[in-house]
Ligand binder design. Structure first.
Ligand SMILES: [Zn+2]
Length: 484
């Protein structure tokens, strides 16, 4: 089937090259007529990915995600006894060396460097360190260091577009100020750290036009300090000095698939903000006017993840939860959302609170503590595959179309969308859904054009536009702004 498609494409292209310009439309029609294929807007080279099957290079990378490697990473992180951010100072008297958060972060850095050696130095391994002054949740000035690796995009311009995966490597026990007693943090959040590391290991074998950042942060348990600092550095430094455009943040926190009763190993929750945390009063007024509460850039990432799970076999069907985080709770993605970056949170379907933020102990026959034995490594590997598939798809795709507009000058039942072309896009697609539907249920190719008119009313559905490259990699969808 694939060979047949390629042969047809070859025949088509050679005929089109030979045909004179005036003859080309006829030649195209004749070729399709002879092959019994329908003639429609897009060219055969632009067959959407869903019709082509998943990108084989990405499938191969996902196949390399290893539950055994995930297990080794989590057990190693637990072996540091505590990864309390407050253990970054001089170790307490009698504490064995090689324990605590400093040893843990040095090990993480070493892992990134090892992956980099395996791909000929393809990763840039870096740290982002600072001293958090004493405050309510940090009793004394405390060193916090984020460790990350950059897989730089192969296209100079597109390399400025960044997709990022993160997890927090710090841990805690029952007392958040306790930097001495055991705080294994196997699920919270060695599991998320393992996802970031495993994505780095398997994706560093590939090259992408856009850049992927594999991040691990500290200070989460004290108040998202590490991610808040990193998000600010991106906004105030990387964006200005290097032109970084951070397009998507995937935060993994508590993705261990706790093995207790009531769990669901076939799904992972994906939390996304509706009205952006960074929205100004004017933004909120505009969003309210458009009924755009469910079309933030973060929510488009959630929808993208849902679609990615249907394209690639990761073993997980994500459950989209349309709220910023668990009820009244927060995580590292919120720190990025606060700086105006789109980002979502992955968390297992059902948490066991005996196994997080607890001193390791047994009371009345109940085991407390965040221990490796409660973690399902196959589950963490599935979450890593879904993250890797999403990162790889986003980094392969062209940038989303720019300046997407819905024409509203005239009252009419047709809907016309316009947008700006972006480099490497071979095709654009218009998507739509009922206003009550969570996901993009319909789409139609718009060819290489930068406008489309659809025979349906903008009053009844929600539209978006996305870019597609010649191999079928799709960008994030962009909901339009009205053009009067
Ligand atoms: Zn956590």
């Amino acid at each position: 089937m694939q060979i047949c498609t390629l042969a047809m494409r070859g025949l088509f292209l050679s005929l089109m090259r030979r045909a004179t310009p005036a003859f080309r439309p006829w030649a195209a029609g004749a070729v399709f007529y002879l092959l019994g294929m329908p003639v429609y807007g897009n060219t055969p080279g632009n067959t959407p990915r869903a019709q082509q099957g998943p990108d084989p290079a990405i499938v191969a990378a996902l196949g390399a995600v290893s539950p055994a490697r995930v297990q080794a990473t989590i057990e190693k992180l637990v072996s540091f006894h505590t990864r309390s951010t407050l253990s970054s100072g001089a170790p307490p008297a009698g504490a064995p060396s090689g324990q605590g958060i400093v040893a843990a972060r040095e090990w993480i850095r070493g892992e990134f460097e090892r992956y980099s050696q395996a791909c000929g130095g393809c990763l840039e391994v870096k740290t982002d360190g600072f001293t958090e002054p004493a405050g309510d949740r940090v009793p004394k000035p405390t060193e916090i260091v984020n460790v990350y690796a950059i897989l730089r995009g192969s296209d100079t311009e597109e390399a400025k577009r960044i997709v990022l995966v993160t997890g927090h490597y710090d841990s805690r026990n029952s007392d958040n100020d306790d930097a001495v007693a055991a705080a294994p943090g196997a699920n919270d959040d060695a599991s998320g750290t393992a996802v970031s590391l495993e994505c780095a290991r398997v994706l560093s074998r590939l090259k992408f036009p856009a850049t992927i950042v594999f991040l691990t942060v500290a200070g989460e348990e004290q108040g998202l300090y590490g991610s808040a600092h990193f998000a600010k550095v991106v906004k105030e430094k990387m964006a200005k000095e290097q032109g970084w455009r951070l397009a998507a943040v995937l935060n993994n926190d508590i993705v261990g698939g706790d093995r207790s009763e009531g769990r669901n190993p076939d799904t992972v929750r994906v939390f996304s903000e509706g009205i952006p945390l960074s929205a100004s009063a004017d933004d909120v007024r505009r969003i309210r006017g458009l009924g755009g509460e469910s079309d933030s850039a973060s929510r488009q990432i959630a929808r993208y993840i849902a679609e990615t799970a249907t394209t690639f076999d990761t073993g997980l069907k994500p459950t989209l939860v349309f709220r910023p985080d668990r009820y009244l709770r927060g995580g590292d993605h919120s720190a990025f959302n606060a700086q105006g970056f789109a980002g979502v949170r992955f968390t297992e379907y059902r948490e066991n609170y005996n196994h997080q933020h607890q001193n390791v102990r047994t009371e009345n026959g109940i085991e407390y503590g965040d221990l490796p034995k409660f973690v399902d490594y196959d589950y963490v590997a599935k979450v890593a595959r879904l993250n890797a598939a999403t990162l790889a798809s986003l980094a392969s795709a062209p940038a989303p179309p720019g300046n997407v507009r819905l024409q509203t000058k005239e009252l009419q039942n047709d809907s016309t969308l316009t947008w700006d072309a972006v480099p490497r896009a071979a095709n654009y697609e218009v998507l739509w859904r009922d206003t009550t539907s969570p996901t993009w249920d319909h789409w139609e190719p718009a060819g290489g054009e930068t406008h489309a008119t659809l025979k349906m009313s903008k009053d009844n559905v929600i539209f978006a536009v996305r870019s597609v490259d010649a191999s079928g990699h799709r960008s994030l969808a962009v909901a339009p702004q009205p053009e009067r």
